[in-house]
Design a protein around this ligand. Structure first.
Ligand SMILES: NC(=O)c1ccc[n+]([C@@H]2O[C@H](COP(=O)([O-])OP(=O)(O)OC[C@H]3O[C@@H](n4cnc5c(N)ncnc54)[C@H](O)[C@@H]3O)[C@@H](O)[C@H]2O)c1
Length: 237
């Protein structure tokens, strides 16, 4: 019997937990082959088992990599390319580093945060571009309300990196070979946020506004991968 080529796969970074795992579950429901990237080896194995396609299809390929360094991002891209064909990339890994924020944070710490939230998505997009273009594929960048507006923000490195990620996305709006798109979520209704909100006074809760359901974001991501326009950024606040 002749080996048939596997269907194209979508790469999701930060897929072991949080929003990334919810996106993996949504794409699995839609029958998409996945490549899951995360630095947490154990959680990644559990997420891959949960995202195995029904019907005995191969479980997702997993890549353990720390994406807060460009070397880690490069190694992840090389591994993903070995699993070609690829038709999607979801640049989801990101977040504020714990501890001191700029300018109190050590230069290495805020560099790592800017790398994770901006430079790694740019590098992965570049290194996978040719492969994604072959499949008329798409990139979805997960931005943040922290990168919007002009009010002071507690983590300047995170705010600046996400603002950069939004503009990176729109700057590629004239490219048709790969559709680069994104979502800009407000505070997401993941377990950590629910616990933090539960500990707030009613007035504090009122001031933070409602949480955005992760499943709703995952559906938008799936829709953007399928039919998003180049440069399109969807706000979910
Ligand atoms: N949580 C929110 O309320 C919120 C709001 C707006 C935007 N976002 C954005 O959504 C995305 C997902 O957020 P989340 O809260 O689900 O994240 P999270 O902190 O729950 O982490 C999700 C996964 O990313 C992995 N990860 C973290 N750093 C990594 C690194 N250096 N290399 C590889 N993997 C790494 C973690 O191991 C984890 O499995 C991020 O880009 C974040 O900035 C989150």
């Amino acid at each position: 019997m002749r080996d048939s080529a596997p269907p194209p796969a979508t790469v999701i970074t930060g897929a072991a937990a949080g929003l990334g795992a919810v996106i993996a579950a949504e794409l699995t429901r839609r029958g998409q082959r996945l490549i899951l990237v995360d630095r947490d080896r154990e959680a990644l194995a559990a997420a891959a088992a949960a995202a195995a396609l029904p019907g005995g299809a191969a479980p997702p390929h997993v890549i353990v990599a720390d994406l807060s360094s460009l070397a880690g991002a490069q190694a992840a891209a090389e591994d993903a390319l070995r699993q070609a064909p690829l038709d999607g990339l979801v640049n989801n890994a990101g977040g504020q580093a714990p501890g001191e924020q700029y300018p109190a944070a050590a230069p290495d710490a805020w560099h790592a945060s800017v790398t994770l939230n901006l430079l790694t998505p740019m590098l992965l997009t570049q290194l996978l571009w040719e492969e994604l273009a072959r499949a008329s594929g798409a990139v979805v960048n997960i931005g943040s309300s922290g990168g919007l507006g002009d009010a002071p923000y507690a983590s300047p490195e995170y705010g600046a990196a996400k603002a950069g990620l939004h503009r990176f996305t729109t700057s590629l709006g004239d490219r048709r070979d790969v559709r680069v798109t994104g979502v800009i979520p407000g505070w997401i209704g993941l377990a950590r946020a629910r616990a933090e909100r539960a500990a707030m006074s009613p007035a504090e809760r009122e001031a933070t506004g409602p949480l955005v359901e992760p499943e709703a974001i995952a559906r938008e991501v799936a829709d953007l991968l399928e039919r998003g326009h180049a440069g399109e950024l969807r706000r979910m606040l």
